[in-house]
Design a protein around this ligand. Sequence first.
Ligand code: C2E
Ligand code: MG
Ligand code: MG
Ligand code: MG
Length: 284
Amino acid sequence: TIEHADKAGLYLPYEPLYLEHNLEHIHLLSELNIALQDDLLELYVQPILDLKQQKIHAAELLIRWYHPKMGQIAPDDFIPLAEQTGMISQVTEWVLDKTLLLQKQLADAGVYLRLSINISPLDLRNTALISKVIAAVQSASNSTVPLQLELTETAFVDLVKDSEQALKLLERSNICISLDDFGVGQSSLSRLQGLPLRELKIDRDLLCQAVRLNDDTVLRYAVMLGKSLQLYTVIEGVETLKELDFVRRLGADAIQGYLLAKPMPFAMFSQWLIEFELQGFRLN
Ligand code: C2E
Ligand code: MG
Ligand code: MG
Ligand code: MG
């Protein structure tokens, strides 16, 4: 019966709101397709600071989409949609191509740091893409900065299913894997073992909670867990000195956040690095 089918989730709720929402999504995806064709996307860069060395050792690349009519569209508003429809592989290919160009520019400028890009677990099933990543890394010279892939589990894809093979291939080719957004959403403890991970990125939510409750038990546990598994631990989203204070007490390896720098266009990044080297980390 309809009632039963409804309970089993076989029918979509027949509400205009839902329909409107879907049309909006379809529109957004077709606009994204245009943006990909016309090269209207941009990659921003956000530095990551190693706390022990007091050095920028890596940078994360974050996609930006400025739509001429709709304005800035946040990745959180279109990446999940792209994942649902499979368009994510085109997005990731675009990001990879751009990143390889930036990697070359950095190497030419004598800047050596790790570049970290976000990929979807779905990308691990895209053998053409995986081969491309591996080929790019193998053809790069010694002076080329290493690549790292950040993975977040999504509501749509389980990280382990089907993807172990690809992760092992990547590992053998010296490509580092980072588990992103640890501690929130889909991420779970069981993911920490059995996958060839190098890095754990602890989500800003855990930091916010520690500051709000003035109790860092959970955050501390997350860092300790990462360290016990010999993972490089990064705390994401450090915005204030007060938050930095919390982080320092925990012994995390690195921080990323507005306190250090907001994500910026690549064209500004070299200058930022020079200024940072000159001034050092002024927040001690
Ligand atoms: P993420 O990979 O966890 O990236 C970190 C997010 O935190 C970025 O948001 C960054 O701008 C933001 N952030 C950095 N420092 C701070 C801070 O101090 N405070 C606060 N409140 N936020 C901070 P963004 O750029 O909006 O990206 C959101 C998410 O979208 C990313 O989370 C990532 O999951 C996804 N994403 C971004 N670019 C790409 C991409 O090229 N490909 C894929 N597949 N996903 C991407
Ligand atoms: Mg990330
Ligand atoms: Mg994250
Ligand atoms: Mg995130």
